[in-house]
Ligand binder design. Structure first.
Ligand code: 13P
Length: 234
């Protein structure tokens, strides 16, 4: 079963979310639809959509003003959490070590972490893409994982700018990630593609080998863009 996961980032409102739920609940999706919403929008119920958060604390509890723990996310109804999104790595200096801690906290609370990896344009130009994403996977995935995890390949240069890699480039990156995961004993882990996914390119992207679904930013905010994407992924 493939995944269609929306990342609302710091967008949306309860009214917009309820409108989206109403429309998606009228469909019969042939995939797993997840919306990763701001913390404050967790708690809605939906027949067809599971909910997730976009970050989690690397600590279990304590004096960490402003942080939200995995236990709290679980109580708020989150089944998934994005960790290591490039915007967190860039603007909040999250390292692979921190991302791995966050994924560990999520797993301890029964939440599936969606662990993001991806190279910068400078790294791609320098021919380092495959080394960078291999290291990110090896260092960001917790040891001895026994529960489900998801990996999202999101080339940083393709996020929010309407540029996407070619299907060949996606195939190559996903192949390297799949090999790395197999080597780690995690063969079969879903590997999603994210960055510039829209209704025009969705068919080409999900047709690529080792693409287990998509992580959608901007195009997940409006039902008229998100619903055709949901319906394209089988
Ligand atoms: P866009 O789909 O807006 O490029 O964002 C991708 C993303 O960051 C999803 O996590």
């Amino acid at each position: 079963m493939k995944f269609v996961i929306g990342n609302w980032k710091m967008n949306g409102s309860r009214e917009i979310l309820r409108g989206m739920i109403q429309q998606v609940d009228g469909l019969r999706p042939e995939n797993r639809v997840v919306l990763c919403v701001p913390f404050t929008l967790l708690g809605e119920k939906s027949k067809n959509i599971a909910f997730g958060a976009q970050d989690v604390s690397s600590h279990e509890r304590g004096a960490y003003t402003g942080e939200v723990s995995a236990t709290m996310l679980n109580e708020a109804g989150a089944k998934y959490v994005i960790v290591g999104h490039s915007e967190r790595r860039m603007y909040h200096d999250e390292t692979n070590d921190i991302v791995r801690e966050k994924a560990t906290r999520a797993l301890e609370s029964g939440i599936t972490p969606i662990i993001c990896v991806g190279e910068t344009m400078d790294e791609r130009r320098a021919g380092k893409t495959m080394d960078v994403i291999t290291a990110m996977v090896r260092e960001s995935v917790p040891a001895n994982v026994r529960d489900d995890i998801i990996i999202a390949y999101e080339p940083r240069w393709a996020i929010g700018v309407g540029v996407t890699p070619t299907p060949d480039e996606v195939m190559h990156a996903h192949g390297v990630i799949a090999d790395t995961l197999s080597y780690m004993g995690l063969g079969g882990t879903p590997i999603l593609y994210g960055g510039g996914v829209n209704v025009e390119n969705i068919d080409d992207i999900v047709a690529v080998e080792n693409v287990g679904g998509v992580l959608v930013g901007g195009a997940s905010l409006k039902p008229e863009e998100f619903i055709p994407i949901i319906q394209s992924v089988k």
